[in-house]
Design a protein. Structure first.
Length: 422
């Protein structure tokens, strides 16, 4: 039997995780985008609340692996989508549906989620957007472009209306039902991802003063390194650099994920815009050109801040390495001087010890000769030998014996193993 990869089914399910729902020739689509709190379990808690909502209202229960779930109410078709860090709630109804936040959507289950985007798309059966609908858009930011090689047209100004919804007009009369549904979904995703892509821009702007302070402090510390002539001043510089590294790391930790997510959303936005296959008209910009002039600079700002953070981190690490090398050299010089001093002290002690040993031999020999004179006094008197002569003859032997004894004792001390400390 052929063994299957454990992730094969998950990969197959991912292909069909968010199917395109076929929409009517005329309808109104709305979408709300909620960013979930950046804490573990926030998304799973929202999904559990959504499951309870489905159970309470008689909808089929979604599975834990569901990424997209749809249900029908009396007047609307509702779709929930669970992404990595945000949730979208999309619904469609007739063109005259004026409710911006219907009660049957289950929005209470969002909990701590914060509204970041709201989109409204009016799908009409015309092949071009009627002139009567254009006055509702602001001329300076009007986007009016042919799509699908001229078989449809889209208009928007990316300006929220009174209910905070960004309005699109999609003239899809020349499109098949499937292409109409795909284009409507792409427009929803374009408005979703252009918002999510720029979510890091406010963080980049708020972090700019802190980053500038780090850069200026680093410049001052680098300039002061040449003046750090004492070990104390070098250690103080090292402590300051390490504190600066911590601040830079905390700033990077706060921004890295947001900037990485912004790049990913920006890439998705570019793909979705390319999928419209736009052609410009004489009465407005294309969505690609309009968003490119606004989203790209925002992403570039985030990229610039990210690059500055990485550069300052590299500079701090390099300065710490250089300072550590300098402190290491100083430590080696101090250790060498200390070892030299210890060597001189040991030599002095050795010479002193030898001197003391020599004096000890003389002193012991002197006392031994004195004792020997008392011991030999009687025998020498009986033998009528000269006492002074006898002591003179025995003196070299006494001195030699004492010297050999001292040398033997020193050898025993040198050969004995050192006692370990307690």
């Amino acid at each position: 039997m052929i063994a299957e990869h454990p992730d094969r089914q998950a990969l197959m399910d991912e292909v069909h995780a968010r199917p395109v729902e076929v929409i009517e020739a005329s309808c109104r689509l709305r979408r709300l985008v909620f960013v979930m709190p950046a804490r573990p379990g926030a998304m799973s808690e929202a999904f559990e609340r959504f499951m309870r909502f489905c159970q309470e209202h008689g909808h089929a229960m979604p599975t834990p692996a569901s990424r997209q779930y749809s249900f029908a109410s009396a007047q609307r078709q509702v779709t929930w989508e669970f992404h990595t860090e945000f949730v979208t709630v999309t619904w469609r109804g007739p063109l005259d549906d004026v409710e911006s936040f219907p009660a049957e959507l289950g929005l209470d289950t969002i909990g701590e989620g914060l509204l970041i985007g709201a989109t409204r798309i009016d799908v009409i059966a015309d092949e071009t957007v009627p002139d009567r609908l254009l006055p509702g858009f602001r001329l300076p930011s009007l986007c009016l472009a042919d799509i699908e090689n001229g078989r449809g047209q889209v208009a928007t100004d990316f300006v929220p209306d009174a209910d905070s919804f960004t309005r699109f007009e999609l003239a899809a009369g020349g499109l098949t039902p499937l292409r109409r549904s795909i284009i409507a979904r792409r427009l929803l995703e374009i408005d979703t991802y252009r918002t999510m892509a720029l979510l890091g821009l406010p963080l980049a702007r708020s972090a700019a003063p802190d980053l500038r302070a780090i850069e200026l402090e680093l410049t001052g510390l680098m300039a002061a390194l040449s003046d750090a002539a004492t070990p104390e001043s070098r250690q103080a510089s090292l402590n300051a650099l390490q504190a600066l590294s911590v601040r830079n790391g905390q700033l990077s930790e706060r921004l890295d994920y947001r900037f990485a997510a912004g790049r990913a959303y920006g890439d998705i936005l570019g793909v979705r815009l390319a999928g419209l296959r736009e052609r410009s008209t004489t009465r407005g910009s294309t969505l690609t050109h309009f968003l490119g002039n606004r989203v790209d600079p925002g992403l570039a700002t985030c990229a610039a801040v990210e690059k500055r953070l990485a550069k300052s981190s590299t500079k701090i690490e390099r300065a710490i390495e250089l300072l550590n090398v300098r402190i290491g050299v100083d430590t080696q010089l101090q250790n060498a001087a200390l070892l030299d001093n210890i060597a001189r002290t040991a030599r002095s002690q050795f010479l002193l010890q030898r001197t003391v040993e020599g004096l000890s031999v003389i002193a012991i020999s002197y006392y031994m000769l004195g004792i020997l004179s008392y011991v030999m006094a009687g025998p020498l008197g009986e033998l009528h030998w000269d006492k002074a002569m006898a002591l003179s003859l025995s003196a070299p032997f006494v001195v030699g014996a004492v010297w050999l004894m001292a040398r033997h004792i020193r050898k025993l001390h040198d050969q004995s193993p050192p006692k370990s400390g307690a």
